[in-house]
Design a protein around this ligand. Structure first.
Ligand code: MG
Length: 262
């Protein structure tokens, strides 16, 4: 099931996509409330996809938890930048929920940075309150998956010595276009393109720490709330974003998250 959050005639709602991805005629069936909070119930209203503006499919209740260095080839490419080896356990950092934008929104490069980079990632959307959930039960608290771009001011990440500002600017966490609740994690392809040129290509099969391990590990530190989001790490191929670029993050089975850069 593909869950969207959208605006129609000034009103924000959730809905479920109905239709094929390649044919025309995708419709949104409106839901009565936030499906991460209230039981699934439709209002009966149907809208054509072209009639609505898709928004970030979730605004995290409290936090975006991120995992660093979770693909080996990316660990290698970052060795001379932020240093280090592949961490033995997931390396966590946070982005504020004010950094979240949706599909079609602009990534705004802050004037203070001269090197803003894309990091296309698989994102996990939490669907239950979770504290210290064991790894065997971690997938029970996952609502679904979406595409994310862990936009990073690389020069400030190095200069600051920690990552809060470099990862946390407004617009630095594009999410979308929808949440897929039934993604097969065994080998989902992930691709990041800038102006149509492929910059990152990987599979979820290459994650060093699995989604279940990441969720369990994060919940040891933080109480996870419905609507919190966890970014699972970037594959190799991170690179600069310039004004006027169009950046796309595609995860097979979810869709394409497309943003322009200002
Ligand atoms: Mg990242």
């Amino acid at each position: 099931m593909k869950v969207a959050r959208f605006r129609h005639e000034g009103e924000i709602s959730y809905g479920v996509l109905d239709g094929t991805e390649h044919g025309d005629g995708i419709e949104i069936v409106e839901l009565a409330g936030d499906p991460m909070i209230v039981p699934y119930e439709t209002t009966g209203r149907r809208l054509r996809l072209e009639e609505v503006r898709l928004l970030a499919p979730v605004i995290p209740r409290s936090k975006v938890v991120c995992v660093g260095k979770n693909y080996r080839a990316h660990v290698e490419e970052m060795r001379g930048v932020t240093g280090g080896e592949a961490p033995a356990e997931p390396l966590l950092f946070l982005k504020p929920n004010t950094s979240v934008i949706g599909p079609g929104d602009a990534i705004v490069r802050p004037e203070i940075s001269e090197r803003v980079e894309h990091e296309g990632e698989l994102a996990v959307v939490i669907g239950a309150v979770a504290k210290s959930v064991p790894v065997e039960r971690a997938m029970e608290v996952v609502y679904g998956f979406t595409c994310a771009n862990d936009v990073t001011a690389r020069d400030l990440q190095v200069r600051d010595g920690q990552w809060a500002r470099a990862k946390g600017f407004d617009t630095f966490c594009p999410l979308g276009p929808v949440i897929e609740t039934d993604l097969d994690l065994a080998d989902a392809r992930l691709e990041t393109r800038v102006n149509g040129e492929v910059r990152q290509r990987a599979s979820t099969a290459e994650l060093i720490h699995s989604v279940a391990t990441i969720v369990a590990h994060a919940s040891e530190a933080f109480t996870l709330l419905p609507g919190d989001v966890i970014l699972t790490g970037s594959p190799a191929g991170v690179g600069p974003l310039e004004a006027g670029d169009e950046v796309e993050v595609e995860v097979e089975g979810i869709g394409i998250l497309r943003n322009r850069v200002e």
